[in-house]
Write a protein that binds this ligand. Structure first.
Ligand code: HEC
Ligand code: HEC
Ligand code: HEC
Ligand code: HEC
Ligand code: HEC
Ligand code: HEC
Ligand code: HEC
Ligand code: HEC
Length: 548
């Protein structure tokens, strides 16, 4: 049930100027909010809507009516969790400002939500999701900042009629692309017009309060004391946003404001906002799988609004992304805010790795068995069992085991036939000075990137979530084309060129790696077709006759 005060707020007078309204409108609500039950249970949650929050609601009902209506429909509103309970800041907080009778900030971070949702925050902060803002050193980031853009602002080379010449921001592609999914490093403008202030300058302590007063003093503030967020870094609700208080990520990446419902987070469209496209088409994969088909058919039977949402108990028509990766199941699986807890492979790197993880939830790459054992805290087998608990809420165990056998075989085929050899070829070219140290200046570097980052991921992800078209036609078929029709001939050409340029020893060394790979039995069919080579003994040179 909802406090009656909200209904009263709807009928309020038009906008008042900031500062004047807060006090004037207070108490205009006809009745006291009902006593919530959650507040007493959760400590930090108030029993009813606080007086200050009532002020926010009343004024914002005319300043930002849409926003207030969204909040009014939420569980938070029903439980008396108002604007200030989330937006409040302590005196001295870097991004805090006096607003009416309170000190508030615009951005509400996981640390703020964690005041009442400690478990969710801890799980989330430990997940790869929270770390997704750390992409600066990645190859993908080099593409956005250097290949697509420029790491320094540069002069325009002409102007459109009606627009004055400005500098071109070379990082615009990274900001509107990568960082909207991965998360920006939130920054405040500086007084001196100098470098913006981020968490690195503020050095917050464990309580989130800034540890560096000098940095706080540099923050530019308007006449009302309000700081400005750097536009390049906000709006942003990327999953791994790097916040000013030292927390990572954004809860509203999935729980859209201001409703913050579990319902929306449970729907595939929510995850599909980021999990789609040529390099990780999980949404498209799901849509074409039998699970996605069942979801579309029987969506209305999923009871998405239920408070307890347990597959096999609350619903059984179809699994969504959340069902398999985050939500509870009848086999004892509990809700988790770390979707990595149920994955046995990571299919993101060029070569898939087993998800043995250490105390910091990092994938362990150590090869020595004893050292590896000492590092691993949670094994890939344990993670797989957690996922199987979801599957076997609907399927027989033997069915699920057989699925995992198919999936493992597929990943191993990709790894061993194409990924590891591709990597060896690229390394041989680089180590021998045949390709330059600069990434993406040579055709073959694009080819290799397509092979593992686009086609190779699609293939593996298609196999992991029952989408044969992605496993095959958008996947392994294109991997094979990249390998045989692009990577190998391009490597051969570069090696020949190097030889002509006098790098004879280097060309020989790289050539030996390439020939060694192509001489393996799984590639023999390809060499056999080449006129300069004799057919392999005992085998026909002709491709099999078409049967369709
Ligand atoms: C008397 C009216 C009034 C009251 C009371 C009020 N606000 Fe506002 N608020 C505004 C107006 C007007 C703006 C937009 C102009 C601005 O940013 O100052 C705004 C802007 C904001 C913003 C966005 C700031 C930004 O980054 O531009 C937040 C967040 C906010 N209010 C939260 C609150 C909270 C929380 C409360 C209660 C503690 C509250 N407001 C009380 C009128 C009010
Ligand atoms: C459950 C916590 C929570 C509550 C309750 C809440 N907010 Fe917010 N609010 C957020 C989050 C999270 C954001 C997103 C900030 C970001 O990351 O950009 C936000 C953003 C905003 C913004 C700026 C973004 C925009 O769309 O303009 C305003 C203004 C705002 N809130 C006002 C309010 C007001 C007014 C209320 C009360 C009616 C309120 N909030 C209640 C968490 C909350
Ligand atoms: C002051 C305490 C408080 C703060 C701060 C707070 N919440 Fe809540 N939240 C609650 C309470 C109380 C409930 C209701 C719990 C219940 O019904 O068991 C709730 C429920 C929820 C739900 C489930 C609602 C539904 O309808 O499915 C979500 C999701 C949620 N909160 C997310 C957030 C996020 C994200 C933030 C930060 C932006 C946040 N909360 C901040 C107290 C808070
Ligand atoms: C549409 C949202 C979206 C955009 C835009 C996007 N990414 Fe991603 N990125 C993702 C998702 C989702 C994953 C995880 C995919 C998975 O696990 O299957 C990911 C994975 C990655 C990874 C692998 C992380 C790891 O742990 O191995 C890197 C690095 C990366 N992205 C960097 C970038 C960079 C740099 C850009 C811009 C050039 C970018 N991404 C653009 C959503 C996006
Ligand atoms: C990757 C998407 C995602 C992000 C990010 C996320 N959540 Fe959730 N959250 C979910 C899903 C899905 C559920 C529904 C679980 C279920 O089926 O009951 C949920 C449920 C909840 C609930 C309801 C109680 C429960 O456990 O079912 C709360 C409270 C909550 N989230 C808080 C948070 C907070 C706080 C953050 C940030 C620290 C956060 N969430 C970030 C996806 C997300
Ligand atoms: C705002 C963008 C965004 C949303 C929304 C989002 N994700 Fe992600 N997800 C990412 C990015 C980016 C990564 C890669 C993180 C990394 O490794 O750097 C990722 C990684 C993952 C992983 C791999 C985790 C691991 O430990 O390796 C899983 C599984 C996942 N997401 C599932 C989900 C599910 C399920 C949802 C919806 C409930 C969801 N995600 C919503 C961006 C998002
Ligand atoms: C029927 C259960 C199921 C559904 C539904 C499902 N997944 Fe998955 N997902 C899996 C399994 C199984 C794996 C592979 C786990 C492993 O490697 O052990 C996986 C792997 C992943 C990964 C890891 C990819 C990587 O980089 O290694 C991501 C990200 C992901 N799923 C996101 C999603 C998203 C987003 C949706 C919804 C659009 C979704 N999943 C729907 C079962 C499911
Ligand atoms: C909510 C119940 C539910 C859960 C949980 C679930 N499935 Fe399914 N699964 C279905 C339904 C329904 C179908 C479609 C059956 C049909 O159309 O004949 C299906 C179909 C399949 C298929 C057949 C695909 C095909 O093309 O024929 C496989 C394989 C499968 N699921 C594996 C899994 C795995 C692995 C998991 C866990 C990672 C899982 N399922 C989780 C309900 C579920």
């Amino acid at each position: 049930m909802r406090p009656l005060v909200l209904l009263a707020a709807l009928a309020l007078a038009p906008a008042t100027v900031l500062g004047a309204g807060a006090k004037a409108e207070k108490g205009s609500a006809g009745s006291k909010p009902e006593k919530g039950t959650a507040g007493s249970k959760r400590g930090a949650a108030p029993a009813g809507l606080s007086a200050l929050s009532r002020g926010c609601v009343e004024c914002h009902a005319s300043v930002t009516p849409g926003l207030v209506k969204q909040w009014q429909g939420s569980t938070h509103a029903a439980r008396g969790i108002g604007c200030l309970e989330c937006h409040r800041r302590e005196e001295g907080a870097a991004d805090g400002f006096r607003h009416g009778d309170a000190i508030v900030a615009t951005i509400v971070t996981p640390r703020d939500c964690g005041r009442c949702h400690q478990r969710e925050m801890d799980e989330f902060e430990g997940s790869h999701h929270a770390k997704a803002g750390n992409i600066l050193a990645s190859l993908d980031n080099y593409i956005a900042e250097t290949v697509e853009g420029a790491r320094i602002p540069f002069n325009p080379h002409g102007t459109e009629p009606g627009s004055a010449p400005l500098m071109v921001d070379g990082l615009a592609s990274a900001q509107s692309g990568c960082q909207q999914c991965h998360g920006a490093r939130v920054a405040l403008k500086a007084k001196d017009g100098g470098a913006p202030i981020t968490v690195d300058d503020l050095k917050p302590g464990p309580d989130g309060r800034p540890g560096n007063e000098a940095a706080v003093a540099r923050i530019a503030r308007d006449a009302d004391g309000k700081p400005s967020l750097v536009e390049a870094t906000w709006p942003n609700t990327g999953i791994g946003r790097i916040n000013l208080d030292g927390s990572l990520g954004s809860c509203s990446a999935c729980h859209s404001r201001h409703e913050f419902a579990a319902r929306r987070a449970r729907q595939p469209e929510n995850c599909g906002r980021c999990h789609l496209g040529p390099d990780h088409p999980q949404k498209e994969i799901y849509e074409e799988s039998k699970h996605g088909v069942a979801y579309r058919d029987q969506r209305d039977q999923l009871k998405l609004d239920a408070k307890r949402w347990v597959v096999g108990e609350t619903y059984s028509a179809a699994p969504t992304c959340a069902t398999c990766h985050m939500s509870a199941n009848v086999n004892g699986g509990k809700v988790t805010h770390d979707p990595g807890e149920r994955l046995s492979w990571t299919n993101r790197p060029p070569i898939s790795l087993r998800m043995d993880t250490d105390a910091q939830h990092r994938v362990v790459t150590e090869k020595d068995p004893a050292k590896r054992k000492a590092l691993v805290v949670d094994t890939w087998q344990q993670k797989r069992e957690r996922m199987k608990a979801a599957c076997t809420s609907c399927h027989a165990p033997s069915y699920v085991d057989a699925f995992y056998k198919q999936y493992d075989d597929f990943v191993l085929l990709y790894n061993e036939k194409f990924a590891r050899p591709g990597m060896e070829i690229m390394k041989a070219l680089k180590d021998n000075g045949i390709t330059t140290p600069v990434e993406f200046d040579e055709r073959i570097e694009w080819t290799w990137f397509y092979l593992w980052h686009h086609e190779g991921r699609r293939a593996r992800m298609g196999a992991s979530m029952n989408a044969p078209d992605y496993a095959h036609w958008h996947g392994m078929f294109e991997v094979a084309e990249d390998f045989y029709q692009k990577l190998v001939p391009e490597a051969r050409e570069l090696i020949d060129q190097a030889e002509k340029q006098g790098k004879v020893a280097q060309a020989k060394a790289a050539g030996a790696v390439l020939d060694g790979i192509l001489a393996r039995p799984e590639h023999a069919w390809y060499l056999k077709q080449r006129a300069e080579l004799a057919p392999v003994k005992g085998e026909s040179n002709r491709p099999p006759a078409r049967s369709n």
